[in-house]
Design a protein around this ligand. Structure first.
Ligand code: PNS
Length: 163
């Protein structure tokens, strides 16, 4: 049984994240989406809200489980006996950060490899931060997040979009 862990903040989950999940389920028997608990990062959504949104967009997959985690990612992997870390790569900026993260995780846990999915070209410019910024100015985020997420983002930001 091949288990992959896809970690992140998912604040909120975007169509870019969903694309990575869609492709991961083809390679792994089980995909655990690891949701970073609130730490020093200032998340807009609570841990529970981020988990709920991920559950909503992954409910079509029996082999996907959404689990919050804190502490080191490599410890989370050990706890669930996972075989690899899954991350998405959009551009060179991501690459510089991701290569560092992957190498540190490899040092911390000798057996752990990181598998990268190059982001589908439709989602190269999509990030949770961009989604929040567009929504905060009342812009249309429907191309970037799932229909189940749209209203939650505007509501959280106190924006009356299209109402
Ligand atoms: O979606 P993000 O915010 O880019 O995800 C970053 C994440 C959660 C993958 C990273 O911050 C992480 O793994 N945090 C847990 C602590 C850890 O193990 N850090 C790596 C070694 S310094």
């Amino acid at each position: 049984m091949r288990i992959g862990i896809y970690p992140g903040s998912f604040d909120p989950v975007t169509k870019g994240h969903q694309d990575v999940i869609d492709r991961s389920v083809k390679l792994f028997d089980k995909v655990i989406v690891g949701v970073l608990k609130n730490n020093q990062k200032n998340h807009l959504f609570t841990e529970e809200e981020r988990v709920d949104m991920l559950n909503a967009v992954t409910k079509k997959y029996d082999q996907v489980e959404v689990i919050p985690f804190e502490g080191l990612l490599v410890d989370f992997l050990k706890e669930y006996k996972a075989d690899a870390i899954i991350r998405g790569l959009r551009d060179v900026t991501d690459f510089n950060y991701e290569i560092q993260l992957a190498q540190v995780n490899k040092i911390l846990s000798n057996n752990i490899d990181t598998i990268f999915f190059t982001t589908d070209s439709s989602y190269v410019n999509v990030s949770s931060s961009i989604v929040k910024e567009i929504a905060s100015y009342g812009g249309d985020i429907s191309r970037f997040v799932d229909g189940a997420i749209i209203d939650k983002v505007y509501k959280k930001l106190g924006v009356n979009y299209g109402k």
